[in-house]
Design a protein around this ligand. Structure first.
Ligand code: 1HE
Length: 265
């Protein structure tokens, strides 16, 4: 993928296969993939380029046994930032994570180990989260004397609801296993989260890119709108997506009975 070939990263590893499935790896395992300022800049660069790369789906995975330990606390301590400095840090996190959420390309997070603090904020910017038995979720900001700054107040609250998020932040409560699925932190709990994430990515990549673009950007935009405006925007998006050539072909296949039916196995 030409748009990605010219990019080089220190804290990420990026590759793509012939089917357009891109693999983005958090590659700082010695630091449990903690998010320092440099990693956030790499995420901004990558997710700026990715929509133009021809990628049809992305798997976001991590090197090592933990997905992501959140904000690089050592860097934050060493930098001794001012309030204004840290506000600007957070704005770069938002830039990176908004580029992911609104990218229009399905991003599937393959989780394991710690998905905590800013690591959960990163995972929440993906479109689907897949956990394994080792995966656990927490927002230890309160215990660290911090507050979320990477969008958790929007995205994590959206996943689990305000009351659960406040409980997580006040008490450091950890969710894992089926409970994590039931509260909405992840959508799948499997033995091998990477294999499942790639299977989901490959399935999503079969959809027309324009449909995926709408699914992976329009829904998020519509959540920012009044119900009245969201309904209007939905009609406009559906007008474009539902009349594309690719959907006409698929509708014809349904009409002539060659398309698969929607039935449980
Ligand atoms: C780190 C970080 C980090 C590990 N920043 N360096 N996040 C947290 O409160 C989670 C902090 N981390 C942990 O609780 C543990 O490291 C883990 C449970 C994730 C992993 O434990 P373990 O035993 O495998 O590793 P470790 O021995 O704790 O750490 C290994 C190395 O990773 C060590 O570095 P080393 O140079 O001494 O070998 C650690 O310092 C380093 N490391 N986590 C920096 N987070 C936008 S606001 C968002 C606010 C937040 O994200 S708050 C939540 C912060």
């Amino acid at each position: 993928m030409a748009a990605l070939d010219d990019l080089s990263f220190s804290n990420l590893a990026v590759s793509a296969d012939a089917d357009g499935i891109a693999t983005v790896t958090l590659n700082r395992p010695a630091k449990r993939n903690a998010l320092n300022a440099a990693t956030i800049e790499e995420l901004v660069t990558l997710f700026t380029a990715l929509p133009k790369s021809g990628a049809r789906a992305v798997v976001l995975r991590a090197e090592g046994t933990h997905f992501c330990a959140g904000l690089d606390l050592v860097e934050h301590h060493a930098e001794d930032r001012s309030a204004a400095d840290f506000m600007h840090v957070c704005l770069r996190w938002h830039e990176a994570f908004n580029k992911m959420e609104y990218s229009g390309i399905p991003i599937i997070a393959a989780l394991k180990g710690a998905v905590v603090g800013g690591g959960l904020e990163l995972a929440s910017a993906a479109h689907i989260r897949v956990a394994d038995a080792t995966t656990y979720f927490a927002l230890p900001e309160g215990q660290r004397g911090l507050f979320t700054g990477g969008g958790a107040t929007i995205r994590v609250a959206d996943l689990v609801g305000k009351a659960r998020m406040i409980d997580m932040m006040l008490t450091g409560r950890i969710y894992k296993g089926e409970e994590a699925v039931s509260v909405g932190l992840c959508q799948y709990l499997v033995d091998d989260s990477e294999a499942k994430a790639f299977a989901i990515a490959r399935a999503a990549a079969e959809n027309p890119p324009l449909s995926n673009f709408a699914i992976c950007s329009a829904i998020s935009h519509m959540q920012n709108m009044s119900a009245l405006d969201a309904a209007y925007a939905e009609a406009v998006v559906a007008g474009v997506v539902n009349t594309q050539a690719a959907s006409r072909d698929r509708l014809r296949a349904f009409a002539d009975k060659t398309a698969p039916r929607v039935r449980p196995e």
